[in-house]
Ligand binder design. Structure first.
Ligand code: ASP
Length: 344
């Protein structure tokens, strides 16, 4: 028998053996949908919040979770879900993201928002918009209907208007609570840097969402009014892809809240996703490292993160963060930093 025929025989034998014992493909579990949201981070302490305030924030978080979950439960996309979750918080005056946004030093509101689709890393953002009622819809329109990633200022509002989005006068965003915060801050300023004077009431309430859908796609979205008494034209981290918002399928999705100048300088959202992707870290570890860098520079805040398998983590270096999550297995919300298991 020649070497060639031996080889053919051996190959045939292998083929027959393979046919005789077919290898069943491993069943691939369909990913479970999962959504996480935040409504800002800061010195949020149980002792300074009334039960009524706590209940109102919890209701606002639950409304956002329900809106996002309705999309995911029906098999909708992660990017539609994060958008759906953000809109009720933009419309809720408790949060700093639309109606009820903080005032800039000149007494106007300038809003920032961004959204990212992990499927193709498509992204859209608006900065300093003053007339579009729901900034996240403007960011989405930039992503879907323009060849750009970011629009700023009057051009961004014009784009939103041309897209048929609901437009409002800037005073629509006014609330007494935020007006008082501006007045207090400007009165106490006396040339001092604003960062040292701002209480959390005057800064926090940025909103965001991250999600995985039942096809395993990731997405993230963030909206903010920025920081009370910010200079006109100041742009924070919220509309910057890679600073407050990032999503890449199979890796992670992030939405951040905190002192934007530090989050921009660290590139928080992209740092987290890069550590997950290239260093094989968990989203929780990667987020802690990135927030450690924020803290080293003097900043504070938090992130919500989700990985490609749908694991969610909430990481913040402030005393509290308005937050919540929902999946097919249930939902929960939290505000304060609860003591870790084993703490006194
Ligand atoms: N990151 C926001 C900003 O700097 C503020 C916040 O999240 O509290 O505009």
């Amino acid at each position: 028998m020649t070497l060639k025929s031996l080889t053919i025989l051996a190959a045939t034998g292998l083929f027959l053996a393979a046919c005789a014992t077919p290898v069943e493909p491993e069943p691939v579990a369909a990913p479970e949908w999962h959504l996480a949201i935040h409504g800002g981070a800061g010195v949020i302490l149980r002792e300074t919040m009334t039960p009524e305030e706590e209940a109102a924030y919890t209701a606002g978080l639950n409304e956002a979770l329900a809106a996002g979950a309705a999309v995911l439960r029906e098999g909708g996309s992660a990017v539609d879900a994060v958008q759906a979750a953000v809109i009720p918080m933009e419309n809720n005056p408790l949060f700093n993201a639309g109606y009820g946004a903080v005032f800039a030093a000149n007494g106007t509101h300038e809003l920032d928002a961004s959204i990212m689709d992990g499927r193709d890393r498509d992204a859209g953002a608006v900065a300093g918009v003053m007339r579009v009622k729901n900034p996240i819809l403007a960011a989405r329109a930039v992503m879907d209907n323009s060849e750009h990633v970011m629009f700023a200022g009057p051009g961004a509002d014009q784009f939103a208007d041309a897209q048929g989005l609901e437009m409002v006068v800037n005073t629509y965003f006014d609330t007494d609570r935020r007006r008082q915060a501006l007045d207090r801050l400007l009165e106490s300023r006396e040339g001092k840097p604003l960062a040292a004077l701002r209480t959390d009431e005057e800064r926090f309430g940025t909103v965001g969402a991250v999600a995985i859908d039942s096809a395993g796609n990731l997405a993230a979205a963030t909206t903010t009014g920025g920081m009370t008494a910010k200079a006109a034209g100041r742009v924070g981290d919220a509309p910057l892809i890679g600073a407050a918002t990032y999503a890449e399928n199979g890796v992670c999705a992030v939405s951040a809240t905190g002192h934007g100048e530090y989050f921009i300088r660290v590139g928080v959202a992209k740092t987290i996703c890069d550590r997950v992707k290239f260093e094989d870290e968990s989203v929780g570890v990667a987020a802690a490292v990135a927030l450690g860098e924020v803290a080293d520079l003097g900043g504070d805040g938090g992130v919500i993160v989700i990985d490609g398998a749908g694991n969610v983590d909430f990481v913040f270096n402030s005393p509290g963060m308005y937050r919540g999550e929902i999946s097919a297995s249930g939902s929960s919300t939290a505000i304060f930093r609860e003591p870790a298991a084993g703490d006194e």
